[in-house]
Ligand binder design. Sequence first.
Ligand code: CS2
Ligand code: MG
Length: 408
Amino acid sequence: MKITDAKVFVGGPQKNYVTLKVLTDQGVYGLGDATLNNRETLPANYLEKYLIPNLIGKDPRNVEDIWQFFYRGAYFRRGPVAMAAYGAIDMALWDIMGKLAKMPVYQLLGGKSRSGAMVYAHATGTDLEDLKDSVSHYVESGYKAVRVQCGVPGMSTASYAVPEKKGEVRNYITDYTGIQPKVELWDSDRYIRYMPTALAEIRDRFGPELHILHDVHHRLLPREAAEFAKAVEPVRLFWMEDPTPAEDQDALRLIRQHSTTPIAIGEVFNSIWDCNRMIEEELIDFIRVAVTYCGGITHTRRIVDLAGLHHVRTGFHGAPSHSPVSMAAQHHLNAWAPNFGVQEYLVLGTPECDALFPSEHRMINGMVHVSDAPGLGVDFDEKQAARYEYLPGAHPVVRLEDGTMWNY
Ligand code: CS2
Ligand code: MG
């Protein structure tokens, strides 16, 4: 069996999905995703210029060898751009394997460990009352887990993932009006003084059952993160995400010494070597990698297995930029993983998105039920794709009030 061609499509409804379609001499094709938020043209280029010319002619069933060929063959390894490009190829090959075996990918991984995988939505608000309305909306829609973010009084601009106006639902992650990022201002001291009380109010209002998640988004210094983690301990968060920049893993030791608040890190990682130490030392409770930037199913499952040896559960990234193809691959991993935790799930279901990516995965009452169709259980309509093109976009950059550059 041989790969005869592969095509890359960039674009989608208010998104720059990077979709790969791998064609074979037996008519079976596979889909993969290489969407790297705000840098989408780079994995697309890497695929078209370097990987696809070397992919054509290979046997698509040699999934592992093809992964090793591209990873080891690159010499300058890793990084989100390359790993997203390999990730797309890898997902497409697993899709082909499932179609050949007439099995859903979760079956090839080892079968289902659960009938449904719990997901969490993004509740947000300009202030606490706005946030409560947003959380109520998701609770009434059946979600068991909700991430909560809200504006901090006195902060001179909206903070992370908070709309500028009450009730606004714009895509707060990426602004597709051009490549120049807007500037958000940040004040850690205000945040640390305010957010624990806000989170405690959410817990009081919605009771002990609701899984409440909060994303600190790399904003705090280690000592500040330890203070914050201790202050929110009574809230019993499902997790506190990215308390400090993920490169500094020693910071987590200080947080662990001061608090039992669960820690989730990993969406910025793109290989097992970025996170094996923090997993082996059990400095985190959830690993947040994404199948796209972590080199696809083949590499991500290695991370899941290592995490499983150390009581670390999965909490795959699933931000608004994620494509239904990468989400489909994650749904299969979530169905299989013995150490599944939760899946981030931004409702992708706009009619345009469903038309572009017909999918058999179903989200019902806060749980995703994985497709039983052979392969990934998602398709791609090239006619629909022709309606879209790349849109230059950027998410904000962050500065402190005095102008110091900070972490977005
Ligand atoms: C966020 C991401 O979903 C999350 O947990 O951290 O949405 C992140 O802000 C974006 O992926 C950045 O591009
Ligand atoms: Mg995050």
